[in-house]
Structure formats: C-alpha cells, structure tokens
Write a protein that binds this ligand. Structure first.
Ligand code: HEC
Ligand code: HEC
Length: 196
C-alpha cells in the first residue's frame, strides 16, 4: 500500500474503514480496525512502532459532521481517536528523535487543560506574519521545520478538520501574548534538543 500521506491514501481504500462511521465510534473503531483488520491486511508496519498506520487506517479525511457543529466532547473524541494518532505518525516520521512521544501537549501546550484546549495555545512558538522580519528570521532559523509545517502539517490538519483555509495561525499564535509574562518557550521535556 502506498505510504504517500497527503490525500493519496484515502479511507475507502480500506475494507474496514466503514467502522469509523460516527465520531463517537472512532475510538472503538480504531481498536476494531486494528484487531479485526490488522491481520488480514498483512499488518502494514508503517507506524513508527510497527503497529498499523493510523494514517492508512483512517485516511486524511474530515469528520462526519462539520467541525464547527461538533460538541466539544465530540471534538475531543475526534482528537483522541483520529487527529492525535495521525499527527503523531506524521511528526514521528518526519523526525523521530525530535518528536518521539508526540501528543496533545505538543499542539495544545502545557496549559491545555486550564485553557480548555483553545487554540492557538499562547505558549506555542509564535509564527510572525508573512512579510515581516520576524517571518524571515523564522525561515532562516527553521528552514526544514517550516517546510514540513507548510507541506505536511498544515494541509493534513486542514483535511482532518475539513477546513480548507487552515493556516499556521490555527496552531501557532501570530504575535506574542500581550501584557503577559513572556512565556518560556515550551519545549517537550522528553524531546532531545536539536543537537546539530
Ligand atoms: C497536531 C495538533 C493537535 C494535536 C496533536 C491535538 N490537537 Fe486538539 N486541536 C487542534 C486544533 C488546531 C484545534 C482547534 C481546531 C479549530 O477549531 O480550529 C483543536 C481542538 C481541540 C478541542 C476542541 C476545543 C474547543 O473548545 O473547540 C479539544 C477538546 C481538543 N483539541 C483536544 C485534544 C486532545 C485531548 C488531544 C490529544 C489526544 C489533542 N487535542 C491533540 C490541534 C491538535
Ligand atoms: C496542526 C498544528 C500546526 C500547524 C497548522 C502548524 N504548526 Fe508549526 N508546529 C506544530 C507543533 C506541534 C510543533 C512542535 C512543537 C514542539 O516542539 O513541541 C511545531 C513547531 C514549529 C516550529 C519550530 C519551533 C521550535 O521552537 O522548534 C516552527 C518554526 C513552526 N512550527 C512553524 C510553522 C509554520 C510557519 C506553519 C504554517 C506554515 C506551522 N508551523 C503550522 C504545530 C503546527
């Protein structure tokens, strides 16, 4: 099966994809897909830990009902059952050393519970508006990461939410929080600092 991630693997290539019919069944659905279909499909070992790939299991598909109409509880189910495993896979494939153990907190920030998972999380790295010096600086400092963000992360998130014009600002603040103490750049404690 193709491992191309963006839009090439779609859910209907999978005989078992129908199990993920409703948002609430997704968590259950994943378990079913893994057990009921894992073996018969020859257990694709695309996942970083040899488990079946979440990207292949679900595809980069939108939720069944429009994201904006989902309840917060349903959004959380969807995050837990689909967004998080798929994004974890994308990040770990991109750079396992940096992103191993990728989880909610990497997008939502350490304060995620206090701020009720509102996005963008204020503690996230600030992506300055295009055309500004800050934006140029970002491109110079993080060329590889920005490419990954532009070509993989942003379009994937847009597809998973069914939001066409999803941008960096959906996850990153575009300016530093005003009147607040400068938040220490949140770094994943487990992540090995870029050594190179
Ligand atoms: C790759 C980034 C990413 C990861 C990982 C992620 N989320 Fe999210 N989450 C988002 C974005 C972006 C939104 C907001 C989408 C929008 O409404 O524009 C969101 C929205 C939510 C919401 C809805 C908040 C509201 O009030 O509308 C909840 C709840 C949530 N996430 C929980 C979780 C949980 C729990 C996890 C881990 C299992 C998780 N998320 C992992 C990006 C992420
Ligand atoms: C779906 C959410 C999401 C979107 C959309 C997104 N990012 Fe990110 N970005 C992340 C996460 C998660 C990280 C890793 C944070 C960490 O290390 O814990 C990250 C990291 C980065 C970093 C590295 C920061 C550092 O300190 O290491 C840069 C630079 C960046 N993003 C730029 C962008 C740009 C530019 C865009 C739009 C083209 C974008 N991102 C879109 C979630 C997102």
């Amino acid at each position: 099966m193709s491992l191309d991630i963006l839009g090439i693997v779609t859910s209907h290539e999978l005989p078992c994809a129908g199990m993920t019919g409703t948002t609430k069944s997704i968590v259950v659905g994943l378990a079913l897909v893994l057990t009921a279909c894992g073996g018969s499909k020859g257990a694709t070992t695309a996942g970083s830990s040899g488990k079946m790939s979440a990207i292949e299991a679900f595809g980069l598909t939108p939720p069944d009902s429009p994201w904006s109409e989902m309840s917060v509880a349903d959004k959380e189910f969807y995050m837990v059952g689909k967004v998080n495993p798929i994004m974890k896979e994308l990040f770990e494939r991109h750079d396992l050393e940096e992103y191993e153990g990728f989880d909610c907190v990497d997008c939502h920030g350490e304060e995620m519970r206090e701020i009720k998972f509102k996005m963008p999380a204020p503690s996230m790295y600030v992506v300055p508006p295009e055309g500004t010096l800050g934006h140029k600086g970002m491109l110079a400092t993080f060329p590889e990461t920005v490419k990954f963000m532009q070509e993989t992360v942003t379009p994937a998130m847009g597809k998973l939410l069914g939001i066409e014009d999803f941008t960096c600002a959906g996850c990153h603040p575009s300016s530093a929080p005003q009147g607040k103490k400068k938040s220490a750049a949140k770094k994943r404690p487990s992540a090995k600092k870029r050594a190179h």
